[in-house]
Write a protein that binds this ligand. Structure first.
Ligand code: SAH
Ligand code: SF4
Ligand code: F3S
Length: 479
């Protein structure tokens, strides 16, 4: 197998940070019409893992592929282009990916024209990329998260050459405005406001795979939202690894609270945002959320741990007390607020005492939703180098105990919703029960109810009649 290296990843370069954010527009590819002729009538298969940043990247890639005449297929056997858009945040995400590559690699033997591409965050890690190059001879294109802008050229090269193409430029990154976009939902849209992350929490790979924090221009975000509203979108989620850092790198004098307010004023029915780092969450933001009824009363506020020593070792830049004060201010100023969080158990050398601090924080805040994880060492991050004396069994036990604590509060909150009426945006037929439809309340609770197709994309009033831990059952009381 011959490998043509255009760029290889480098963790040190990925961690470099420059002050100014550069705004780039999409460059064109001079052999676009040749590529169009090559792939005429062909189909692509794309599978995305990981967070909304990847989901939104998939929409950009599909926009570019649809533009040149490719059609999407759900069946990899039919495709002449397979893209696996990967996530590196924890080890199990990588394991799943390797399983899927193993399943799909036979297709390359059956079709010489197949371009088998791996992109996204996994590719940004030098050691993992080398391992994949050694293990999977069938993959013939690797490209990084900064490379989507060169998608046409990369596919063209992989298709017309026998070599495996590797193009992963570890860099701070720039803002690249790419259009058209093929959105996966007609009523709910993701809008990027800031890319990358500068926080470097000691366990996290994201700052290395996604580059530095760089904000889109205020007007760019507003224009995209305005366009979505005119197309009939009901819900917009503003996206960033840390949306609260919005604007810090620009000279526009605007912050995330200003942006949120301006988008709310455009009149979208439902406005959400994710994710917020607790350290940057301003009182000004809380006031904006409280002021506008179309900003959903749901905040995802990852705490990670309830112990100050662990928070410090994680590099989270806030204390337990600061987090609790912030949650209290939010609950006081925003009636009906639902708070969700992320928690990591088993950070290196977490003691029983420290773990109990997390449990007591959970009992104090009474989160309405949570994602829980066991610490997964990520090569190249500081935490991966820490010696760890805590056994796997202890970590698993703590994990289960934490979930029990969380569920107690989540269940109580769900039960309190019975006999009350909530606004629900109808998503479509339920994934778990074909006789039911489903959608989310403003507080982001999943509800199942009887409906019909013409209500998809509409906001209806639903009375809750039954509650389960993670979902509710209700009936529509109007429409
Ligand atoms: N930017 C967001 C999302 C980061 S990834 C934020 O800061 O919240 C989503 C979650 O994955 C994190 O909040 C954290 O709880 C978890 N996570 C990240 N790295 C991890 C690791 N190495 N092991 C276990 N969980 C991790
Ligand atoms: Fe990772 Fe921390 Fe950045 Fe979130 S804020 S993406 S956890 S480094
Ligand atoms: Fe995963 Fe990359 Fe998102 S590592 S969580 S896909 S930023």
């Amino acid at each position: 197998m011959k490998v043509r290296i255009i760029h290889v990843p480098d963790m040190l370069k990925a961690a470099s940070r420059k002050k100014e954010a550069t705004v780039f527009m999409i460059p064109s590819f001079d052999k676009k019409s040749e590529l169009e002729a090559l792939i005429k009538g062909e189909k692509y298969y794309i599978h995305t893992y990981g967070c909304q940043a990847n989901v939104r990247d998939e929409e950009t890639m599909r926009g570019l592929l649809d533009e040149i005449g490719y059609r999407q297929t759900e069946k990899p056997e039919e495709a002449t282009l397979i893209i696996l858009n990967t996530c590196a945040v924890r080890e199990n995400a990588e394991d799943k990916l390797f399983g899927e590559i193993g399943n799909l690699k036979r297709l390359r033997k059956q079709n010489k024209n197949l371009v088998f591409a791996i992109c996204g965050c996994v590719v940004e890690q030098p050691e993992i990329l080398n391992k994949m190059l050694r293990t999977f001879k069938e993959v013939n294109l690797y490209f990084g998260t900064h490379e989507i802008v060169n998608l046409y050229e990369l596919i063209y090269e992989a298709r017309t050459n026998k070599e495996t193409i590797v193009c992963v430029q570890s860099k701070a990154g720039e803002v690249i405005e790419i259009e058209p976009v093929s959105r996966s939902n007609r009523y709910k849209a993701f809008v990027n406001v800031i890319y990358g992350c500068n926080k470097f929490c000691t366990y996290c790979i994201v700052p290395y795979t996604r580059g530095k924090e760089r904000s889109r221009l205020f007007e760019g975000v507003i224009n995209e939202c305005r366009g979505l509203i005119s197309q009939g979108y009901q819900e917009i989620t503003l996206l960033g690894q840390n949306v609260n850092a919005y604007g810090k790198d620009l000279s526009e004098g605007k912050d995330f609270a200003d942006l949120l307010e301006e988008v709310a004023k455009l009149g979208i029915s439902r406005l959400r945002f994710t994710t917020s780092h607790p350290g940057d969450f301003s009182s000004k933001m809380i006031d904006v959320i409280a002021k506008y009824p179309n900003i959903m009363k749901f905040i995802h506020l990852p705490v990670q741990s309830g112990s100050n020593r662990i928070l410090k070792a994680m590099g989270r830049r806030y204390t337990r007390e600061q987090y609790l004060a912030l949650a209290k201010e939010m609950r006081e100023k925003i009636p009906g607020l639902a708070l969700s969080t992320d928690i990591i158990v088993g950070f290196p050398n977490e003691t029983d005492e420290e773990f109990k601090k997390t449990l007591s924080l959970v009992d104090e805040v009474k989160f309405e939703a949570a994602f829980t994880f066991i610490f997964s060492p990520r090569k190249g991050t500081p935490a991966a180098k820490m010696e760890d004396k805590v056994s796997k069994e202890t970590k698993t036990k703590r994990f289960q105990e934490l979930v029990k604590h969380l569920e107690k509060h989540i269940e109580a909150r769900s039960q309190a919703m019975i006999n009350k009426t909530y606004s629900v945006l109808v998503d479509g037929v339920s994934k778990t029960d074909k006789n039911m439809y489903s959608g989310y309340t403003e507080e982001n609770k999943l509800v199942h109810f009887k409906a019909c197709d013409y209500l998809i994309g509409k906001i209806v009033k639903v009375k809750i009649i039954e509650s389960h831990t993670y979902s509710l059952i209700g009936e529509i009381i109007d429409g």
